[in-house]
Every structure is written in structure tokens, then in C-alpha cells.
Ligand binder design. Structure first.
Ligand SMILES: [Zn+2]
Length: 259
């Protein structure tokens, strides 16, 4: 599933391609999705990320929201390129076509009036204070990894980056969220900033199906320290990386240096 760095990559690439271009047509091929006729004739005048959603502000005053969920991706292609398989909708601009490809059909779209009540979730890239996290985690007995992935708390962190952040912060993923010290929250905040920013520079992590707007793989997989490294040596302490299941999600960690 695309996480913050992947969604941020798409937002930045959309700014370079679709921004301020007139929308000539919008076609939906999946009856599960709402019609997108209201996109015709308007323009995207701003695009930003909210958690794992892409928010496009339209010149018409409306907002076009897209959440890619499990297998959704966006592809920018030339006007005469053939439609790829699993295309769910297309938006045609003067200079190219935006295609949403989604084999499992979980991605959602919405055209709505601007929401004045934005999500209360902390954006991991904002200069959020470790104390904010610490306060939110009071009385929370769930594992710290699940806490970091709660979209109502922090927007945009999923399984891959939660594993990497906790390794960098040297904290065991199954520790109760409420058990962390102020110093440990500080380490989590620092690791979150550094890992997500580096992953954005790499245009995300391609383990299987993630591709950017131009069909290119991300490169952060080359820098993963625990995720998908079960049985290999920890790059910090040489112990063997373990894989456990936390709430059904594959969780990679070093039992020796993550306490
Ligand atoms: Zn280790």
C-alpha cells in the first residue's frame, strides 16, 4: 500500500504535469466509482497530501480527493498511449492523460466542497513535538507499531515505514505505546522525520507493485534496515532480524538492539 513517501511523490509529480492544465475529459470505467463529470472544464490549481490521500483543489472551488488504498496507482501517459489493463478512471488534460490503475479496486475518489474541518491527525513531516505523541499515547496499551500506524493519530505511516522508524529508534515494535519514555518519543520523532524525508527523495519503496507517476520504481528499498530482511544480520548490532505478526501484519525487528 502506498504510504506517505509514495503519496508525496505522486503529489510532487502531479504538480509538474497536471497543475493548471485544463481538464478536457474524465472517464470512469468502474461502476464502484462515482462519476467524475464535474472535473471537465476545470483545472487543478493546487495539490497536496493529507495522510495517505491526494487532495487536488479545483478552479471550480471543489476538491478532488483520491485514496489509493491497497493496489491503486497513478500513471501519466501520452494522449495516444493505449489504456493499460485494470484502468479504473482517466482524466485527460491538454498535455497528457492521468490513469488510475487498480487491480483490486479498493481505491476511492470523491469530489466535494472544501472541508473546513481537516483531520486532527499529526502530519509526520510537520514539526510535531514528541510531547504531542506522548500525550496521545497516554493510557494506550496497544503496541507502539500499531499506534504509529493509526491514521487518526499520525497520518501516512504504514507497515514498511513503521518497522524502519522503530528500528532506527531502537524500540521493540510490540512495546506498549504508553510505556515509552520522553527520550524514546524524541528518538521516534527524529527517526520519523529522517526516514520519511529520505524515502521521499528516493520516490518511495518498491518491494512489489509501487511505481511513481511515470511508471518508475522507487529506490528506498536499497536502504531498508529491517523490513523484509528476516534472517539477515542487523546492520547495527549483527544479531539476526526476526519477523513477527502484529495484528496480522508482518513486523520486522532486531530482538537484540530494539528494546
Ligand atoms: Zn540490532
Amino acid at each position: 500500500m502506498p504510504e506517505l513517501p509514495e503519496v508525496e511523490t505522486l503529489c510532487r509529480q502531479l504538480k509538474k504535469t497536471a497543475l493548471f492544465m485544463e481538464i478536457l475529459d474524465a472517464r470512469v470505467f468502474d461502476p464502484k466509482l462515482m462519476p467524475l463529470d464535474r472535473l471537465k472544464g476545470t483545472k487543478i490549481i493546487a495539490t497536496c497530501r493529507e495522510g495517505k490521500s491526494i487532495k487536488m483543489t479545483l478552479a471550480s472551488g471543489m476538491e478532488f480527493l483520491l485514496h489509493l488504498r491497497m493496489t491503486g496507482r497513478l500513471l501519466w501517459q501520452g494522449k495516444d498511449s493505449p489504456l493499460p489493463s485494470h484502468a479504473r478512471f482517466t482524466v485527460s488534460f491538454e498535455n497528457g492523460i492521468l490513469v488510475c490503475i487498480d487491480p483490486r479496486r479498493f481505491a476511492t475518489v470523491c469530489i466535494q466542497h472544501p472541508q473546513y474541518f481537516t483531520s486532527a491527525a499529526i502530519d509526520p513531516l510537520s514539526s510535531f513535538l514528541p510531547q504531542q505523541l506522548s500525550t496521545l499515547a497516554e493510557r494506550r496499551s496497544l503496541p507502539i507499531k500499531n499506534f504509529l500506524m493509526e491514521q487518526g493519530v499520525i497520518g501516512g505511516i504504514g507497515n514498511i515505514y513503521a518497522c524502519e522508524i522503530l528500528h532506527e529508534a531502537a524500540i521493540n515494535p510490540s512495546r506498549k505505546a504508553k510505556s515509552l519514555s520522553a527520550t524514546e518519543w524524541e528518538k521516534i520523532a527524529q527517526a520519523t522525520h529522517s526516514i520519511l524525508k529520505r524515502a521521499i527523495c528516493c520516490r518511495g519503496t518498491t518491494i512489489s507493485d509501487w511505481r511513481d507517476l511515470f511508471g518508475q520504481k522507487g529506490t528506498y528499498q536499497a536502504y531498508l534496515k529491517v523490513y523484509a530482511r528476516e534472517g539477515q544480520k542487523c546492520l547495527r548490532c549483527n544479531a539476526v532480524i526476526h519477523r513477527a505478526s502484529l495484528s496480522g501484519r508482518g513486523t520486522y525487528y532486531c530482538p537484540s538492539c530494539q528494546r
